[in-house]
Design a binder for this molecule. Structure first.
Ligand SMILES: [Mg+2]
Length: 382
């Protein structure tokens, strides 16, 4: 306790003197420190601030292009220990700085005496609204990080996963001109698996261009860009010949019957992404897709993502772990689940130029977990 309190006071004075403290919402750290000195019970304190990720390249998928991604960085403090979280809001998910800040203003963690009541706390947070999955994930991740730090254990240990069994991550190449695709493929030499965005009339050109540079396996993400199931099946056979190993969301999620038809005949695994958001979607996805793409920002965070992996596996489905453009905070959080999945697409932090955390790394293309408590991150900048 004495040790914790000393660290807490030290951290409080650092925070109070920084620009971060000025921009963080909610209770000032000094007030908690005073409460601690009076012998009051420690309380959970949530802080958050908006931040904008700068992408290294213009990122183009089937329906949109962009150069920035809004995120909200969260912190949950308890008894002098701080856990870190993040919400990432690519525009097509319907969340924004404003919607996440509004949601977080409605989260009152001070009423919980025991921070380990993860199920109760996160169920209550989930019940505040029906959507806001990224905002909910930012609370979930910070709380997991905090608890791991309080237990002095990384989450792969708490869950019982072997950290050496992490997969290779794919590296994403967006839709672009032939020259840029060729250049990006060369730049991605360190990665063992490439992920390409398809869904426009340039699909064959992109695959052929990559194949003029390398034979390494490719995963393809159509982002609902194809519309006709028979044409899609022809394309899947062609992609298999080109050593494409899996295809995400080939048809619009609403075309459930067409997707089931395609999945029954496909020579490649079909993975649902836009069509599968949360745990309760999985029973409906059985038969429509061979597997699911789990993302913390879609499913409200680590707690539900873990449950989704268990359920999908029990139904004999394949599992992919994906991400948005995110800092190393949310990427690190997801990476603790990666020893349990078939494919990982955790390159989100590699696509940005202004990361805020040091955490899980990609070394020789492999997701490489840090031997640190919680989600394993340290803060780089304010
Ligand atoms: Mg996808």
């Amino acid at each position: 306790m004495t040790h914790n309190r000393r660290d807490f006071l030290k951290q409080s004075s650092v925070l109070a003197g920084s620009a971060v403290a000025a921009s963080l919402a909610s209770l000032p750290a000094a007030a908690s420190a005073q409460a601690a000195r009076r012998g009051a019970k420690p309380r959970l304190t949530l802080r958050y601030r908006p931040y904008t990720l700068e992408l290294r390249h213009v990122f183009t998928i089937a329906n949109s292009s962009r150069t920035t991604t809004p995120v909200v960085l969260t912190e949950i403090e308890y008894d002098g220990v701080t856990g870190y979280g993040e919400a990432s809001m690519p525009p097509y998910l319907g969340e924004s700085h404003a919607s996440v800040l509004d949601f977080l203003a409605r989260v009152d963690l001070s009423k919980y005496e025991n921070p380990f009541e993860l199920d109760t706390i996160l169920r209550d947070v989930d019940a505040i609204t029906s959507g806001n999955t990224a905002a909910k994930a930012s609370v979930d991740i910070a709380l997991h990080d905090l608890l791991g730090r309080l237990m002095h254990q990384p989450w792969y240990n708490i869950w019982g996963f072997n950290p050496a069994r992490t997969p290779y991550t794919s590296f994403t190449i967006g839709i672009d001109t032939q020259d840029v695709v060729r250049q990006k493929t060369r730049e991605a030499a360190a990665y063992k698996v490439l992920k390409v965005k398809l869904g426009r009339d340039t699909d064959r050109m992109i695959i052929e261009t990559i194949r003029s540079v390398t034979d390494k396996p490719i995963t393809a993400d159509v982002n609902q860009g194809w519309k006709d199931r028979a044409a899609a099946l022809d394309m899947l056979h062609w992609l298999k010949e080109k050593n494409v190993v899996m295809v995400e969301q080939p048809l619009p999620k609403e075309q459930v019957d067409d997707l089931a038809w395609l999945t029954e005949r496909s020579p490649l695994p079909i993975i649902g992404d836009e069509g599968v958001q949360r745990l309760t979607d999985i029973p409906h996805a059985k038969g429509v897709y061979h597997g699911i793409n789990i993302k913390l920002m879609k499913c409200t965070g680590m707690r539900e993502a873990h449950k989704m992996i268990v359920l999908a596996r029990s139904l004999g489905m394949k599992v992919m772990l994906g991400c948005m453009t995110e800092t190393s905070c949310a990427i690190s959080a997801a990476s603790h689940l990666s020893p349990m999945v078939d494919w990982a697409d955790l390159d989100g932090a590699l696509l940005i130029g202004n990361d805020v955390y040091d955490g899980t790394q990609v070394i020789d293309g492999k997701v490489t977990l840090r031997d640190r408590p919680g989600i394993g991150v340290t803060k780089l900048t304010g």
